[in-house]
Design a binder for this molecule. Structure first.
Ligand SMILES: *Cc1c(COP(=O)(O)O)cnc(C)c1O
Length: 485
């Protein structure tokens, strides 16, 4: 494979000297020439950003409290020099995902092509609401959604819409499912998922005007995956009581431990009884791009709808989520309102009528360019690398002994000392996280099954054996009381 000219993940500190300060930049770019002041402004901002990304490893992933610049606009507008100085202050207080010790969440370093596309997207300032405001981007979004759907195994004709995050994709999926099931007016309808499913489902149910009990959460097995027998008996019980089911939600990649629900078995149960299957694959669906790790996703292509969040592992800049449907026309049926102030669609329909959002940016641009930069090999390498790091960390933690490990087949692992009660586990998690932060390692502290855990997400390609060794050492020290818990 030829080496790309630019590493897709920013890691090289840029030249330290910045271009000379700018004199002035008009608030709007000159429409008659390539505006030299804007170009200089962009170059200066790019230099700041590259320096920030390139200094990640010298600081900590999570800076302490920083000075904020003045918040309100002054009477006279500021020149670009002042604006950049203000920007710098905000950047100094920002979480830095490019740090090799940034392991807390599903927020990896940004892909360089994705950064560039985001910038260009802002410059284009198109609007995915309607085709006349985003002619090429609307087509790109439809085409890329269709491609992604087919790669995930959905049937021909499948497609979807981009959304600003997985919470919104899940909400749109459930609203669409309810509409297709003819349950829009039923206050007694329910959504089924596992007890480890994402909190966005509870939000979705609330937004849909349903009581909290409408989200029926079923038990999981020892590996954190939905118990199919529990699902089967729950569906039978609901059938007997004539309780309508909006959808069954299976999770491909749970948020705390990366468990995969048994999609094929769940799909069979759903199709037998005609239930809508939504797969929340915000974390896991992307694993379909790895030959080595796609087997756990068998059955994904049988879903009626799938949420996928390329922002969570591939480094596509936030936000990047897709809602994909086996039959994307269901989206229009759920969300079409007519757009009386727009020219009629000349393509496949206005995206503003295929989802909940109205005006929104062409987020598809950074997904498209980022995936093109990585290539299929690069995507597989990112996924395989992340899983390998999880296995490496798991091996080190297992060797320490005395830890309850909650891992899965993906790139997440949560753990806590065995035998601590709830309050003691919480104290341990707080003290150990602090110890880790002092060693430039940032983990998160999820509350799971009545206990606080520490959780590592190994999606950061800058993380190497050095960080994993250090992490294991600090955890080992914490078990001997070395973190003051
Ligand atoms: C992160 C996550 C979501 C929500 O995605 P956002 O982009 O944060 O809104 C949904 N489901 C799962 C399983 C997730 O991990």
């Amino acid at each position: 494979m030829p080496m790309p000219s630019l590493s897709p993940l920013a890691s090289v500190p840029p030249a330290q000297r910045l271009p000379p300060p700018l004199r002035d930049c008009e608030p709007f770019a000159d429409p008659s020439v390539a505006d030299p002041a804007l170009e200089a402004f962009l170059q200066q901002a790019a230099a700041l950003l590259c320096r920030w990304l390139g200094q990640a490893g010298q600081g900590t992933p999570l800076p302490g409290l920083s000075v904020l610049p003045v918040v309100e606009p002054e009477r006279a507008g500021l020149d670009s020099e002042r604006l950049l100085a203000d920007l710098q202050l905000v950047m100094e207080g920002a979480y830095n995902p490019n740090h090799p010790g940034a392991l807390a969440h599903l927020d990896p370093p940004p892909l360089t092509a994705s950064i560039v596309a985001d910038l260009v997207c802002a410059g284009l300032n198109n609007n995915l609401l309607a085709e006349e405001l985003s002619p090429s981007l609307s087509r790109l979004e439809r085409a890329l959604c269709a491609w992604m759907a087919s790669r995930l195994g959905l049937p021909g004709g499948a497609g979807g819409v981009a959304a600003s995050g997985g919470s919104l994709s899940n909400l749109m999926a459930l609203v669409t499912a309810r509409r297709q099931r003819g349950l829009a007016c039923r206050g007694d309808a329910v959504v089924l998922c596992s007890e480890d499913a994402h909190v966005s489902l509870a939000k979705a149910v609330a937004v849909m005007g349903l009581p909290p009990e409408a989200l029926v959460q079923l038990p999981v097995d020892a590996a954190g995956a939905l118990e199919p027998l529990a699902l089967e008996s729950c569906l039978a019980r609901l059938d007997r009581s004539a309780t309508p089911v909006i959808a069954v939600v299976a999770t491909a990649g749970t948020t705390v431990r990366g468990a995969l629900d048994p999609l094929d078995t769940v799909a069979t149960l759903c199709s037998r009884q005609g239930h809508w299957l939504h797969v929340d694959g915000a974390i896991g669906a992307i694993f379909a791009f790895s030959d080595r790790h796609r087997s756990g996703l068998a059955g994904l292509g049988r879903a009626d709808s799938v949420t996928v969040n390329p922002q969570k592992l591939l480094g596509i800049t936030k936000t990047s989520s897709l809602l994909l449907l086996a039959d994307p026309s269901h989206l229009q049926q759920a969300f079409r309102t007519g757009l009386p102030y727009m020219e009629p669609s000349w393509g496949g329909g206005h995206q503003g009528e295929a989802g909940l959002q109205g005006s929104r940016p062409g987020e598809i641009l950074k997904l498209w360019l980022g995936l093109r930069q990585l290539g299929l090999d690069g995507m597989a390498a990112l996924i395989d690398g992340a899983v390998a790091r999880r296995a490496e960390l798991e091996r080190r933690l297992r060797a320490i002994g005395g830890l309850a490990l909650r891992g899965g087949p993906l790139h997440l692992i949560a753990f806590r000392p065995e035998g601590l009660d709830g309050p003691a586990a919480e104290r341990w998690s707080i003290a150990t996280r602090q110890c880790l932060l002092e060693e430039q390692l940032m983990l998160s502290r999820p509350h799971y099954r009545g206990h606080h855990h520490l959780k590592a997400v190994l999606g950061n390609p800058h993380t190497g054996p050095e960080q994993l060794d250090r992490l294991a050492l600090v955890v080992q020290r914490s078990l001997m009381g070395g973190c003051g818990a």
